[in-house]
Design a protein around this ligand. Structure first.
Ligand code: 6AU
Length: 411
């Protein structure tokens, strides 16, 4: 079978999503692309949070994926990712942190899950160099599984109250105990019992709090004695001795989907209806292997690329696909996605271009139609344009038309 005839080059994205072996995040993305009619990934290589959020807001409807370089954002913080995720949820695109991991397993686990970036919390996708060997992928897969089970939890908080074991109306110790109750923190699953002598109002004795799918609960807030408020000013009028027991327990939310969501897009269907049927972005994690680079004279040899493909085949449940210059699907079971950077709209008749710093560009039509890319990654071709929305629309249309022509969806 020749590479150009591989089924991943001729099947529609929704048909590839429906293949029984297609992992859930791949299936979600392929269906999302089909519904939004876009195979454009915006490379949002900007240096401030406000620029990042503005471009996500402006272009979010046109893309299937937004790629970040968190380490170039000067004011990167939790606020950056919280707000970016809110836009991604509303505008339906995946977030892809182009971290290019390249260290030993133990180190990449920490780079992925900890530190100021805590990438595993907010990015569905990351890039990985396989230079250190296959353990880099299995280590990240392990860290991703830990992140998913840690955040895919519901937290119930229960509060009960009863008479205090040691009643006291000592007004000096009252103030001390109140301070304690305000600063209490703890682990996700525990019981806290506090005894206090104070006037109180019980607002909601059986309140339970749940986090939403994919939204980490705030550990610091999880153990505050919700529902109780002390009123010092009424203390002299009525003093009540109580003991409050606060227990929190964590349990899994509905498990992450394990099957493709649906095989085909029902027609006719409005965009909003189809997106609603697809559902929210699942809390799943995958990676992309850097199998080929776009830069001139790079050192990723054909042997290196072949080794990359073997590592992907060994980990199809965590490797969504490749950063590559052409499709690397050859075997019958290969259904990896090919994401291609180094893409620019080129003047008529021009075959390629560069940026003077090693980057090499080809047109959307060349990379999708001729070389089998599924998704184009475009940065400066859009970011540096005066009319960014207009340029994004052109890249989107060119790449989507090339895909449709490739799979025969259009004559
Ligand atoms: O469109 P550009 O040239 O402005 O930006 C291309 C983006 C940059 C690069 O870091 C990235 O794509 N990139 C990658 C990725 C995605 O890993 C690999 C590669 O070989 N070439 C490349 O440009 O953010």
């Amino acid at each position: 079978m020749t590479e150009s005839k591989h089924h991943s080059l001729t099947l529609s994205f929704s048909s590839r999503a429906a293949l029984p072996s297609c992992p859930p995040l791949n299936a979600y993305l392929l269906n999302l692309m089909t519904i939004k009619r876009t195979n454009l990934c915006l490379s949002a290589d900007v240096t401030t949070t406000s620029e990042l959020l503005a471009i996500a807001e402006e272009l979010g409807d046109q893309i299937c994926m937004l790629k970040t370089h968190a380490d170039i954002i000067s004011d990167f913080s939790d606020r950056t990712t919280t707000q970016l995720k809110e836009i991604a949820r509303r505008k339906h695109f995946l977030i892809f942190e182009d971290r290019k991991f390249a260290d030993i397993g133990s180190t990449v686990q920490k780079q992925y899950s900890a530190g100021p970036q805590s990438i595993a919390k907010w990015a569905e996708l990351v890039t990985v160099h396989v230079l250190p060997g296959p353990a880099i992928v299995t280590a990240l897969k392990q860290a991703a599984a830990a992140a998913i089970s840690s955040y895919n939890m519901t937290v119930h908080t229960e509060i009960s109250s009863g008479p205090a074991a040691n009643d006291s109306d000592d007004s000096d110790s009252y103030d001390d105990r109140e301070d304690d109750s305000e600063t209490r923190t703890g682990s996700p699953t525990q019981n806290l019992t506090t005894s206090t002598t104070r006037p109180f109002t019980l607002r909601n004795p059986s309140r339970s709090s749940e986090n939403s799918f994919g939204t980490p609960f705030d550990e610091n807030n999880a153990h505050h004695p919700v529902g109780l408020s002390a009123h010092k000013e009424t203390r002299k009028q009525s003093i009540v001795s109580i003991s409050t027991t606060i227990s929190t327990r964590s349990e899994p939310l509905s498990p992450a989907p394990t099957k493709p969501f649906f095989a085909s897009i029902p027609q006719p269907d409005s965009l909003d209806d189809a997106l609603a049927r697809l559902g929210p972005i699942p809390y799943l994690r995958s990676c992309l292997l850097l199998a080929q680079m776009s830069s001139a004279s790079n050192l990723l040899t054909p042997e290196y690329t072949a080794a990359c493909v073997e590592i992907a085949r060994d980990n199809p449940d965590f490797v969504l696909g490749y950063i590559a210059q052409r499709s690397l699907n050859v075997n019958e079971n290969d259904n990896f996605l090919t994401l291609t950077p180094g893409v620019k709209l080129l003047p008529e008749g021009m075959e390629s271009a560069g940026d003077g710093l090693g980057q090499q560009y080809h047109s959307p039509k060349q990379v999708v139609g001729r070389d089998g890319a599924d998704i184009i990654i475009v940065g400066r071709g859009i970011l540096e344009a005066e009319d960014r929305a207009g340029l994004a629309a052109r890249y989107r249309t060119e790449a989507w038309s090339a895909y449709e022509a490739r799979v025969g969806a259009r004559p």
